[in-house]
Design a protein around this ligand. Sequence first.
Ligand SMILES: NC(=O)c1ccc[n+]([C@@H]2O[C@H](COP(=O)([O-])OP(=O)(O)OC[C@H]3O[C@@H](n4cnc5c(N)ncnc54)[C@H](O)[C@@H]3O)[C@@H](O)[C@H]2O)c1
Length: 360
Amino acid sequence: MDTQRFVLPMNGENISVVIGDNVTGHINDEVGRYDTLVFMISRRVEELFGPKIPPLEDYGSSTIKITLNDGESLKTLRNYQRIIKVLVEKKVSRNSLLVYVGGGTVGDLAGFVAATYKRGIRMIAVPTTLLAQVDSSIGGKNGIDFSDVKNVIGTFYNPYLIIDDLEFLKSTQEIIREGMGEVIKYSIIAGGDMFKKVSETSLSNFIEHSADIVKMSIKIKADIVNRDYYDRNGIRSVLNLGHTIAHGIEGASKGQISHGRSVATGMMVEAHIGEKYGNTKPDVIEHIMRLADNYGIERVRISDIGVNNIVRYVSNDKKMAEGYINMPVPAEVGNVITMKVTERMISDGLNTFIREHERK
Ligand SMILES: NC(=O)c1ccc[n+]([C@@H]2O[C@H](COP(=O)([O-])OP(=O)(O)OC[C@H]3O[C@@H](n4cnc5c(N)ncnc54)[C@H](O)[C@@H]3O)[C@@H](O)[C@H]2O)c1
């Protein structure tokens, strides 16, 4: 597969993106210009892919390697402090480069370190999960969790180079399924060629089409982000499609249900809510279900988690000011609108989902 290279405009800056097989070697072209290379890598990724990540000796002696146990528990103030302490002790200068290799959790912590250490050092992202390639590495958001609140401390900061090595996606199908919730979301938001591409592909031939799917996803997200970089005018919130209900499912199931399944099911429930109020075309739910099936994403059994439990998490999460929340809802493929929804409308949507898809 040919390597794809393009420049992604992001909030007035240009990010270079490289997508292809075995492209991590591009890091070598960059390091010579910096005093120190700070290399933050997921322990799991290193175990799985060690030999394909360019050996650190290639970068000379001024390399600091930090190996991380990834997962949500990585994103703490304590881990942030530990890393900053290492950089201070090793007298890392501002003219240094941080390279991260890992999923979204490594990327969120690394981005926060790069953005804040000495008010910002340059960063290269090497995202290794599909979710990180199509979502978390794009859009500048980084951060850590604090006091049980996710991503409550963070900044906006971009890498100048993103290397999406598709070899990383060949490890497990789970890595693909987890990210496909977001990819299906992009296909419903954008419609057109993206919807066609995602519809014509499935889990079994995903790898063959991964370069195009990753590239198209990145461009769709970047296009939306660029119209509302700081998340202030409501445009960026379209990217929350599926996530209002997904956060309720994830919270109520105590994290037992994966993000990909939660987002896909969340979009279906949100489409039911839209349909009931005449905002969503009836074929939208079928499209989402078909795409989820094609990628082996199992629907969540809402009745097992409990409608009331999910509603409680949604209303706590979103702080239903004035009795409603603004929720993105698919009107049709290629058109997402925002609806004001109440707790009652959410529980009705969840009950409709149970009636139509769990009791048949
Ligand atoms: N900053 C943003 O805009 C943004 C957007 C979406 C999500 N996020 C964040 O991203 C995080 C989730 O990202 P994630 O799903 O990548 O989680 P993750 O980083 O925890 O990775 C998931 C698991 O996959 C493993 N892994 C990584 N690469 C692998 C590979 N190639 N093969 C096999 N296993 C591999 C990891 O070790 C980990 O166990 C959350 O913390 C979320 O808040 C951030």
